[in-house]
Design a protein around this ligand. Structure first.
Ligand SMILES: [Zn+2]
Length: 170
């Protein structure tokens, strides 16, 4: 790494620190020529090929803006969306691929969005899985009913508990 001050072609790492999310490493470097210090950030490269063929770096903000539309009017907060984007980044990075299709990102969103909000999930899935008819919605809804997300299970359990309490009530 060239020194950004004097362009000396070498530098010495004096400190390395992993970011809180574990996705990047910040290195403090010193130039052996001019003695000045600078920082570099190292991340594993992860790029996305858009449908247009344009290649761009993976961006959590893009994930958030893509999902936000599906969440309109739903009880989903900005921090829910930020967490979802982080989960999506972790799952796409865990595939070990350095380059993904935009569609792969969309598919990686689905299981996490489903945990977050089933209506938003259905809206998003209808776009990414290219639903063509009401039958596709019926299938997706049937699948949601057969395999509820953990959030829904909690709601169902609470409902059962209420029912049980009513049963024993006076
Ligand atoms: Zn220098």
């Amino acid at each position: 790494m060239h020194c950004p001050f004097c362009r000396h072609p070498d530098s010495r790492v004096i400190d390395s620190r992993t970011s809180d999310d574990g996705l990047s490493i910040r290195r403090r470097r010193q130039c052996p020529e001019c003695g000045r210090r600078f920082s570099t950030t190292e991340t594993a490269s992860l790029t996305v090929i858009k449908r247009s063929g344009v290649v761009e770096p993976f961006s959590r903000e893009k994930v958030v803006s893509g999902v936000r539309k599906a969440c309109q009017g739903r009880p989903v907060t900005d921090s829910d969306l930020a967490l979802l984007a982080q989960q999506v980044e972790e799952s796409v990075r865990s595939t070990g691929q350095a380059q993904l299709d935009a569609n792969d990102i969309g598919l990686a969103v689905l299981p996490h969005l489903r945990e977050l909000d089933e209506i938003a999930y259905l809206r998003f899935a209808s776009v990414y899985q290219a639903f063509e008819s009401l039958d596709d919605f019926d299938l997706a809804i049937a699948e949601l009913r057969d395999h509820p997300s953990t959030g829904s299970i909690a709601k169902i359990d609470a409902a059962r508990l209420d029912a049980a309490n009513d049963g024993t009530g006076e």
